[in-house]
Design a protein around this ligand. Structure first.
Ligand SMILES: CC(C)(COP(=O)(O)OP(=O)(O)OC[C@H]1O[C@@H](n2cnc3c(N)ncnc32)[C@H](O)[C@@H]1OP(=O)(O)O)[C@@H](O)C(=O)NCCC(=O)NCCS
Length: 237
């Protein structure tokens, strides 16, 4: 990975790959300058609306990663993409004739991530800390069989299992573009080592089936892909 005045230069993903870029969020001057340099003018204009500095920093970091990943996947300048949210807040690339590119962004507590793929719908989620009331939240997001498995685990394994399930589920809901507008207990991704395939139509999700791949490494996360299993090409920026 090379740096060009703050913009990231990422490897081009192979045809069967999802490019994932993860970066620790930087709040120092150089980090902010890099984020700004990697964004488009429209991102900077949008960023001025944030009242909370932390939210603004995360927003710019996410846009920088997404634009660099879009550039790597398509060969077109990252800043040239017009990113437009749909009615549910999901961003799409606007007006790109003949270009079937899909991307998604996620913000963790200390990291930001973006994923880009050609020809398939994807979603990404990272989540670094389980909530203090983890077991209570589990009841609100896990299906009966997931909850049974989860509660059978020893307490010291539950943070990891919770984050695994949460990020898998949110990746699917983001790939489908609906987020928590659907009931997360209505479909299953599993808490075990191997994610379950989510069949088309499960839990009222539009589209599918959904294939989930867990992110390897220290930042808990997952990528969901519609219709086929894909390998992840992961870059830590
Ligand atoms: C999608 C959702 C789960 C994201 O939750 P979150 O805690 O912000 O999670 P993440 O940090 O992983 O994701 C944030 C990114 O998801 C993307 N996103 C927003 N809404 C999305 C959606 N419906 N589907 C897919 N991705 C979405 C955005 O790019 C956002 O990053 P940005 O604000 O910097 O552009 C949550 O916003 C949700 O449930 N939305 C449901 C729809 C809704 O409430 N719509 C009302 C607003 S229009």
């Amino acid at each position: 990975m090379a740096l060009k005045g703050g913009a990231l230069s990422l490897p081009r993903p192979g045809p069967g790959e999802v490019l994932v870029v993860i970066a620790q969020r930087r709040t120092d001057i150089d980090g902010m300058a890099d984020a700004i340099a990697g964004c488009a003018a429209a991102d900077l204009a949008q960023a001025t609306a944030f009242l909370h500095d932390g939210k603004r920093t995360a927003f710019l970091a996410g846009r920088r990663l997404a634009r660099a990943a879009l550039e790597a996947a398509t060969g077109r300048a990252g800043a040239s993409f017009i990113l437009v949210p749909d009615a549910n807040g999901r961003l799409d690339v606007h007006g790109e004739q003949g270009l079937s590119v899909c991307f998604n962004i996620s913000h963790g507590r200390m990291h930001d991530a973006a994923a880009v793929a050609l020809g398939v719908r994807i979603g990404i989620d990272i989540e670094e800390l389980a909530p203090p009331d983890r077991d209570g939240v589990a009841e609100t997001v896990m299906s009966a069989w997931e909850l049974g498995h989860f509660m059978s685990l020893p307490a010291h394994e539950r943070d990891r299992a919770f984050l695994r399930l949460w990020t898998r589920k949110e990746a699917v809901m983001k790939a489908a573009g609906v987020g928590f507008l659907v009931e997360p207990r209505g479909f299953g991704v599993g808490v075990g080592d191997v994610p379950a395939i989510v069949p088309a139509g499960a839990g009222g999700l539009p589209g599918g089936p959904w294939f989930v791949v867990d992110l390897p490494g220290s930042v808990p996360g997952a990528v969901a892909v519609e219709g086929e299993r894909r390998d992840l090409r992961i870059v830590h920026a």
